[in-house]
Design a binder for this molecule. Structure first.
Ligand code: ZN
Length: 129
């Protein structure tokens, strides 16, 4: 699907059961826009995980990818999803990636044009840790 916000390409992925509580709504999957980084619910996600490197070379891979994708999708609603974001930060760290460093790198990546102010949000996230 194309991003409803900016018409850019998205990558869809299934959200594992243990992360689904962090995804707003009842859908089993989500699609992350590779341009504006907005997250959209997906009712019928593909079984295989996508290449998150299509979003950015600096996107964390492996176990850290999906919690980081959810984090990026929720970060612009920080006040509303404070507890979810705190948990997701921990999940990304536990998977061996540095979520704040990854956000910094995304903010620096010219291939993304995030709708959220990643730098400002990164500093706010830092306060949650
Ligand atoms: Zn978009």
């Amino acid at each position: 699907m194309d991003c409803p916000a900016c018409s850019g390409p998205t990558i869809a992925f299934a959200v594992p059961a243990d992360l689904r509580e962090y995804l707003p709504g009842d859908d089993p999957g989500a699609a992350l826009c590779t341009t504006c980084l907005e997250l959209h619910p997906v009712a019928d996600p593909p079984a295989d995980p996508p290449e998150f490197a299509h979003v950015s070379d600096v996107f964390p891979d492996g176990e850290a990818a999906i919690p980081f994708a959810l984090l990026v999708g929720l970060v612009d609603s920080l006040a509303q999803y404070r507890s979810e974001l705190t948990a997701l930060l921990e999940r990304v760290e536990r998977a061996g990636a540095d979520p704040l460093l990854a956000l910094d790198r995304l903010a620096d990546d010219p291939s993304v044009d995030a709708a959220a102010d990643l730098r400002r949000r990164r500093h706010q996230l830092e306060q949650l840790l």
